[in-house]
Design a protein around this ligand. Sequence first.
Ligand code: MG
Ligand code: MG
Length: 263
Amino acid sequence: MIPIKTAEEVELMRESALLVSRCLGVLGENLEPGISTLELDKIAYEFILDHGAKPGFLGLYDFPNTLCASPNEQVVHGFPTKDPLKEGDIISLDCGAIMNGFYGDQAYTFPVGEIDPKVEKLLKVTRESLEIGIEQARPGNRIGDISFAIQSHCEKHGYGVVRELVGHGLGRKMHEKPEVPNYGKKGKGPLLKKGMVIAIEPMINMGTRRILQLSDGWTILAADRNPSAHYEHDVAIGPNGPDVLTTFEYVEKALSKKGAIVI
Ligand code: MG
Ligand code: MG
């Protein structure tokens, strides 16, 4: 069974989702060459606690941090480290929080200073695919409509769509039904109904879609070590279409304020 949220529950989820969005904005303000992802992790941890919530990932399946921090060729589930970020890197930050009993979950791949235009295009296309996928998140459509939209947009540009990791239902648990793959067929998969809430999160590789897992049991990276991008929104299925609970507005404000590239 796919959980259906009441309108009141969706509003509680919006609060959790927006807290995570604000947290990513604060990370965007602090992100610069030289800072480590462990320092960003600490900032996120304190921000979430200061706002009456709890980190969503910390301790979940024994994950040891507040953020998943996946630089460059890492796709998702990287651990924050003491290594300073360098000009030209990209860093995918995925953040979760739980508040009022509901999870928020959002990811953004940030450029660190100036980046290669080819990498910037990967980020832009991945971000576009998220928006194109969200357009399909409406009552009467099926999960496959979202999946197909994301896959076709990214593959049109020659990118590899990661298949082993997928988006998911979101609510009182971080991972609920249904799975939301980033590849699939139109008209297939579970039917979308008003009150479902899903995290849509394309994970897109510049090269091969094949992935590897490091021996740490967590970190996923592109098998050919080319860059990988990850953007995520929490989306409620509204009566007439998608109701996006998260926002990139805070990240965009932070990045444009310091003249950084806004994806
Ligand atoms: Mg996430
Ligand atoms: Mg997620």
